[in-house]
Design a protein around this ligand. Structure first.
Ligand code: PLP
Length: 445
């Protein structure tokens, strides 16, 4: 029996004391409203407050997910329209809003691919993934029961086509799909994508597009044009809904016509008179979350898209411009991994600085004392001292210029062998043991 037998010893605190306590804790947090947050691959852009306003409207926030379709036409219409918007944005034939995160979208999309092949009695067990893919890709493929084959990058940081052909020849009909991000995690757009899609399709295999960082291409191209069959988007990155700290998020998936019937149910549809939840898909992979996913997040993304409309293209334009601006201003001071025109982010390789005793970790910790959140470090794995910068489109030139000045100042401090060991000095928590919590998980301490 786990039932409590003694009284809980809770301290008696007033509301004001509690408010002060939590306010103090929240002030100690770093957030986008406090300073620049160039966390590569995470798209820490500004989340417009109007999204919050819309999601709190009583008609949405007081709804119960089990209400009849007739009683929640507005909410169903919002989801149906969001699906239509995302169809236009991705070029895909059908969208499902149910998955609650990027990785959850990958899992759902790969389950759709698995079901498609099973339905054709074509049992394919392998998935090709480039060595610069996001770590969630191989994990999602493995969770669906696929065996992962890695394809190496070439000297330009793109998929090595010859190597890909070799793998396809060797494993041919056992390959279900390739999972790719384009631009990839080095921020580079793979111009060979049409050839890659031909190689895969000629083998009867499908192409999965990791569209978590869609702000790189929005309005310029789309996965359908590139030859992809399945895509997921991270509404909590590109479409400005809050994230970090584990969620909530939304990772809708889109598919081409041939895969439509395998999508999760219920599907949000319009029957000519009203919006309905349709469970009537025999070949569906089933449900992947409670009800229809994170509805509150969907409202925020819907609001963002309605606010911007055609200017969504400008989001990508500015995100890419900001990244290239930073890269060109920093490249005399830091080594850029695979230096060519980048998309929404780029990767600095600090291996030369490491030789002088300054690791990427040291540089990240140093940056924290300048009221700047560190970049993403040690990812992608193929760059040993990776420092991945994604400015996003939300920042002004003034903020970018300050980042450039700070980074140049740090590069000069490194030249002078200044000691970085004590940084950060001004944050509420200083250096933490990076692995202790993972190795000795004790939630009671
Ligand atoms: C963030 C990200 C993911 C995972 O998204 P989650 O919502 O954290 O599960 C997958 N792929 C790429 C490229 C990403 O940047």
């Amino acid at each position: 029996m786990k039932r409590r037998t003694s009284e809980i010893k809770l301290e008696d605190k007033s509301e004001l004391e509690l408010m002060r306590h939590y306010k103090k804790l929240s002030d100690e947090n770093f957030c986008i409203e406090k300073g620049f947050y160039p966390l590569g691959s995470c798209t820490m852009k500004y989340n417009p407050r109007i999204n919050e306003w819309a999601s709190k409207l009583e008609g949405f926030s007081e709804l119960h997910p089990n209400q009849d379709d007739d009683d929640c036409q507005g909410a169903l219409k919002l989801m149906f329209e969001l699906q239509s918007f995302l169809k236009i944005i991705t070029g895909m034939d059908e969208i499902c809003l149910q998955p609650c995160a990027g990785a959850h979208g990958e899992f759902s999309g790969m389950m759709v691919i698995k079901k498609y092949f099973e339905d054709k009695k074509d049992f394919r067990k392998k998935v090709i993934i480039p060595d610069n893919a996001h770590g969630t890709n191989p994990a999602s493929a493995a969770m669906c029961g696929f065996e992962v084959l890695e394809v190496k990058s070439n000297q330009r940081g793109l998929v090595d086509i010859e190597e890909l052909k070799k793998i396809v020849n060797e494993h041919n009909k056992s390959i279900a799909a390739i999972m790719m991000t384009n631009p990839n995690t080095l921020g580079l757009f793979d111009n060979n994508i049409v050839e890659i899609s031909k190689i895969m399709h000629n083998n009867g295999s499908l192409l999965y597009y990791d569209g978590a960082n869609y702000n790189a291409i929005m309005g310029y191209t789309n996965p359908k044009l590139m030859g992809f069959d399945v895509v997921h988007l991270n509404l909590h990155k590109t479409f400005s809904t809050p994230h970090a700290g584990g969620g909530p998020g939304a990772g809708p998936i889109g598919v081409v016509e041939d895969l439509r019937e395998y999508l999760p149910v219920p599907r949000i549809e319009f029957d000519g008179k009203k919006y309905i939840r349709n469970y009537n898909y025999e070949k569906s992979i089933g449900k992947v979350s409670t009800f229809f996913g994170n509805f509150n997040v969907l409202i925020k993304a819907y609001t963002y898209i309605l606010m911007l409309q055609k200017d969504l293209k400008k989001v990508s334009q500015d995100a890419v411009l900001s990244a290239n601006y930073l890269k060109s201003k920093l490249k005399d001071y830091y080594k850029i991994a695979y230096d060519s025109h980048c998309a929404h982010e780029f990767v600095i390789d600090n291996s030369d600085k490491k030789e002088k005793g300054f690791s990427t970790l040291n540089i990240a910790k140093r940056l924290m004392d300048e009221n700047i959140h560190p970049a993403t470090i040690y990812f992608p794995l193929i760059i040993h001292e990776a420092f991945m910068v994604e400015p996003t489109e939300s920042e002004t030139k003034k903020v970018l210029d300050n980042f450039i000045d700070v980074m140049i100042k740090i590069a000069k401090e490194i030249e002078n062998f200044e000691n970085f060991d004590a940084y950060p000095k001004t944050t509420p928590v200083q250096r933490v043991d990076e692995v202790y919590a993972a190795r000795h998980l004790d939630l009671k301490e």
